[in-house]
Write a protein that binds this ligand. Sequence first.
Ligand SMILES: Cc1cc2nc3c(=O)[nH]c(=O)nc-3n(C[C@H](O)[C@H](O)[C@H](O)COP(=O)(O)OP(=O)(O)OC[C@H]3O[C@@H](n4cnc5c(N)ncnc54)[C@H](O)[C@@H]3O)c2cc1C
Length: 398
Amino acid sequence: MDLNYTAEQDAFRAQIRAFLADNLPAAIREKVRLGKRISKADSEAWNAILSTQGWLATNWPKEYGGAEWDAVQRQIFEEEACLAHAPRLVPFGLTMLAPVLLQFGSEAQRQRFLPRILSGEDWWCQGYSEPGAGSDLAAVKTRAVREGDHYVVNGQKTWTTLGQHANWIFCLVRTNPDVKKQAGISFLLIDMETPGVTVRPITLIDGEAEVNEVFFDNVHVPVDNLVGEEDKGWTYAKYLLTHERTNIAGVGFSNAALATLKKVAAGTMAGGRSLDENPHFAGRMAQVEIDLMAMRTTNLRVVSAAAAGQAPGAESSMLKVKGTLIRQELTSLLRRAAGPDAMPFLPDYLDGGDNQDPMGPEHAASAAPTYFNMRKLSIFGGSNEVQRSIIAKTILEL
Ligand SMILES: Cc1cc2nc3c(=O)[nH]c(=O)nc-3n(C[C@H](O)[C@H](O)[C@H](O)COP(=O)(O)OP(=O)(O)OC[C@H]3O[C@@H](n4cnc5c(N)ncnc54)[C@H](O)[C@@H]3O)c2cc1C
């Protein structure tokens, strides 16, 4: 296995870097750089630019409008996009639902839904978790009962990220309550404008309502919206989760956050010296940099194997655990560097408004909300505790 980039990959990186320099709108770049909140309009604008270039759906085949990049090219794009302060691409349609449709959906579903993800017509959200089904996802209770050419859906999903922006939700629903729980689940696509769907925001510790509860009250869903076979949804759900976990490693995000942290630490004075000369702070910075270097190498190993056609297995659990711990540590150090300047809560400033002036250095206003927001990383996509059990069983064979 060769972990060096080829000349072609270096040229590809240069092409991506030049495109980002020329095409990422300055206002959006600045919001991301300062840790401000990205609006739906910002996301849609950036998606449209990438879509015009043919670089929005990097993992899809060309025949469906994708870039058909291999895993190494996608990794290079992610690293460069993060360093350029591009907004993250919302994954639900692009990298979660689409692979499931490509693998298990009907051709009619692919022709109907994939172009609408590229055009921005549809915004998808993920309806997996329920109040009684998180880590134990197979316990989902939301019921779908077939009546003629429709399913009638009743139940509740929760923690639905960006559901307030979405017009479609892919859901795990129970179609058979009388068999082993994994054997009675189906994967259903639901138009959120159907009567009986209600979305309610949940405000999190960072003050933002990024997640929602979604209620289904006698919602009629055409049977054409069933993906694959009835009661086989657990297989499709698990396939989707491996895609979700690899993305969570966040190498690009951590590279960019480390670069910011180094600049901030060099420019922040405390006790007569800069933070990067404070042994305690510098020690933590060095440790997280070492961890990131090691994870980048592990990630390259996994990515290189994926480019050679091997599906990631339990390695995606390793990347998820280590990647999220590194991201959390970086945001923790940035918050510490901001000190008391991280304390004021400035929602208008974070939303891009100009009614509130930030205190202290420019990185301080978003330091605490970002730190709080990143706590989610070790919970979603399968909690880190659960990932450790997977590693223990499948890699360590304990
Ligand atoms: C910000 C945020 C966004 C999210 N977005 C979405 C979304 O868009 N769509 C969606 O469907 N879901 C989403 N989720 C839900 C997420 O997937 C679940 O929160 C997660 O799977 C954990 O489930 P739970 O919250 O029910 O906790 P529980 O499963 O009740 O777990 C509680 C605690 O027990 C531990 N635990 C549970 N089982 C085990 C075990 N077997 N071994 C060891 N420890 C265990 C967990 O690690 C955790 O610490 C989101 C969550 C958050 C916080």
